[in-house]
Design a protein around this ligand. Structure first.
Ligand code: SF4
Length: 208
C-alpha cells in the first residue's frame, strides 16, 4: 500500500490515538505537559506519580519544598526551572481559579512555563477542544510531508495545519502526528523503507 493521503495513513497507523502522559485530573495534566518540554512522556510518567501522590492536593503542592520537587523531577531535565513552574502553577490555580484549570488559552498562556503549544495540548486533550499543538514531532513531520515549508515557524505551521485538516479532526490529527513522529518518522533514522507516504516526502532519499 502506498498512499498520497496523509490522513488515511495516519488513521491506518493510529486509529484511536491517545495522549501518552499519565494524569488523573486537569492540573496534573497541565503540569505533566509543562514537564514534558524538552523531555519525553515516558520520563515524565516516571516522576509525576511520585509528585502527585506525595503532594496530593493543590494546596499541598503549592507548599511543597522547592528542593524536594527539584529532586523528584530531576530526570526530566531543566528541573530547577520546572520545579518553580509547578509551585507557581499550583498556587495560581488554587488561589485564583478555585482549584480548576481555566479553559481559556489566553489565560493559560499567562501561567509560568505555559506557552501556546502547552495550552493547545491541554485544551485538546482535556476538553477535546479543536486545537493543533505544534511540537518538535509535528513540526518535523509537517515539513517532511510538505504540509509546511522549511522556513515556517511553529505558528505558521499551526495555521497551515488548521487549513489542511477539517476543524473537527484537529485534536486527533495532532495526536497522530506526534505518534507518527515519535515512532515512525523519527528525527534520526526514520523508518522510510516501510513508510507509505514515501512518494510525497522530501526526506525519503536521505534515509533509505
Ligand atoms: Fe518520515 Fe521517511 Fe515517511 Fe518521509 S518517508 S514521512 S522521512 S518516515
Amino acid at each position: 500500500m502506498k498512499t498520497n493521503n496523509i490522513s488515511e495513513y495516519l488513521d491506518y497507523l493510529f486509529p484511536n490515538p491517545k495522549c501518552e502522559l499519565i494524569y488523573n485530573n486537569d492540573y496534573e495534566l497541565l503540569i505533566a505537559i509543562v514537564l514534558s518540554a524538552q523531555s519525553t512522556d515516558k520520563r515524565v510518567n516516571t516522576v509525576t506519580p511520585i509528585i502527585f501522590s506525595k503532594y496530593n492536593t493543590l494546596s499541598k503542592l503549592k507548599e511543597a519544598p522547592l528542593e524536594d520537587l527539584e529532586k523528584i523531577i530531576r530526570p526530566v531535565g531543566s528541573f530547577r526551572k520546572k520545579a518553580s513552574y509547578i509551585k507557581n502553577i499550583a498556587t495560581i490555580i488554587d488561589n485564583e481559579y478555585n482549584g480548576v484549570v481555566p479553559r481559556d488559552r489566553e489565560i493559560l498562556t499567562t501561567f509560568p512555563g505555559v506557552g501556546r503549544k502547552t495550552a493547545n495540548v491541554f485544551l485538546s486533550e482535556y476538553y477535546n477542544e479543536p486545537a493543533i499543538a505544534v511540537d518538535t514531532h509535528v513540526e518535523r513531520v509537517s515539513k517532511r510531508l510538505k504540509l509546511a515549508s522549511k522556513k515556517d515557524d511553529v505558528l505558521k505551521i499551526e495555521k497551515k495545519l488548521m487549513k489542511y485538516y477539517p476543524k473537527e479532526e484537529w485534536a486527533k490529527r495532532h495526536l497522530q502526528m506526534v505518534l507518527f513522529g515519535r515512532y515512525h518518522c523519527k528525527a534520526i533514522k526514520p523508518n522510510c523503507s516501510e513508510c507509505k507516504l514515501i512518494d510525497i516526502c522530501i526526506e525519503k532519499k536521505k534515509n533509505i
